[in-house]
Ligand binder design. Structure first.
Ligand code: UFG
Length: 326
């Protein structure tokens, strides 16, 4: 049985569907702080399978204990966490509490129930502003905001935990930029409140919810002056978790999950317009602080050791994101 924390969230929900489709039994916990209860029913509908769900905060130790007590959990995939960079700057303690304390709480209960296999949602944010691209897993780690620091701290905690007890099998997955949605259009990125990431904002501009997209900076040292990122289809990313589960071993293993290709903000906008036939009004704005000019992955370690490779290109990412629009 796999415990999925944050299973109603964007990446979590897509991963639940892939887990169920691959024949895994799952149990899901989420507090709906950045997701909606309807997602749980949608996962069941799309997979045609049932599972137990707990509405709980990862920081609530007695509730987490109850979940371990009532289910025979062999592995945990830990998605639950806050992810808005700007909010982490204005409310750092909220991030340290939920992300760091939540992870410590979970790990502590896992250890007590002798469940020592963890797949953790880390992020390319742990590379800070990378000194070179493509980014390999052995490059220096560096946090440039509290959100990034929570990911980095949790990675370090996992290392310390393994050093204290060599029974642990931990896989840290560093995601690049997840976009797209389930091909049914029924699961998608659906954050509560105002979105921060590029694709949800492109969707808002395309559907008239906002007048235009602000493109942050057009004077970077990149081919068209806008920032370059490694966008990865969320279903490819979800499948990376299945590969990680199938290849767990003692120790702490770290993998980039990306496509290994970078696209600029303008390329994303132009691709979106081409595949959907819908205009995306935009204007150029000031650079956003903390943005790296270029960040894309070297995914060859995951290809080699997890036998995983991203398969869906940016046309599919844009088309599926548009189909999932609300
Ligand atoms: N961008 C715009 N306008 C917007 C929003 C974004 O031009 O309204 C640009 C950004 O400047 C950046 C690109 O679109 O160049 C992607 O921005 P996102 O905010 O979507 O993603 P980031 O690369 O900044 O950050 C993402 C995740 C973080 C994660 C990081 C890892 O949001 O959680 O990747 O590199 F930590």
């Amino acid at each position: 049985m796999i415990l999925v924390t944050g299973g109603a969230g964007y990446i979590g929900s897509h991963t639940c569907v892939e887990l169920l489709n691959s024949g895994y039994d799952i149990v899901v916990v989420d507090d709906f702080s950045n997701s909606k209860p309807a997602v749980i029913d949608m996962i069941k509908q799309l997979s045609g399978k049932g599972f137990r769900f707990y509405e709980a905060d990862i920081c609530d130790k007695s509730k987490i204990e109850q979940i371990f007590c009532e289910n025979d959990i062999s592995h945990v995939i830990h998605f639950a966490g806050y992810k808005a960079v700007g909010e982490s700057v204005s409310e750092p303690l909220k991030y340290y509490m939920n992300n760091v304390f939540g992870a410590v709480n979970l790990l502590e209960v896992m250890g007590r129930y002798n469940c020592k296999r963890l797949v953790f949602s880390s992020s390319a944010t742990v590379y800070g502003v990378p000194e070179k691209v493509p980014v390999t897993e052995d490059m220096p780690l560096f946090a440039i905001n509290p959100y990034g620091r929570t990911k980095l701290i949790i990675e370090k905690i996992c290392g310390d935990l393994y050093n204290s007890d060599n029974e642990w099998e931990i896989t840290l997955l560093r995601y690049f930029n997840p976009v797209g949605a389930h091909e049914s259009g029924k699961l998608k990125e659906d954050p509560n409140g105002i979105p921060n990431n590029l694709m949800p904002i492109i969707l808002q501009a395309a559907t008239g919810k906002i007048p235009y997209l602000n493109i942050y900076g057009n004077d970077y040292d990149t081919p068209d002056g806008t920032c370059v990122r490694d966008y990865i289809h969320v279903v490819d990313l979800a499948k990376g978790h299945i590969s990680a589960l199938n290849n767990m071993k003692k120790g702490v293993a770290v993998y980039n999950l990306g496509t290994g290709r970078g696209y600029s903000v303008l390329e994303m906008v132009e691709t979106f317009k081409r595949v959907t036939g819908v205009d995306v009004p935009y204007r150029f704005a000031e650079r956003r602080s903390g943005d790296a000019a270029q960040c894309w992955s070297d995914p060859t370690k995951a290809e080699r050791e997890l036998m995983w490779r991203a398969e869906l290109g940016i046309d599919r990412m844009c088309r599926d994101a548009f189909r999932g629009r609300s």
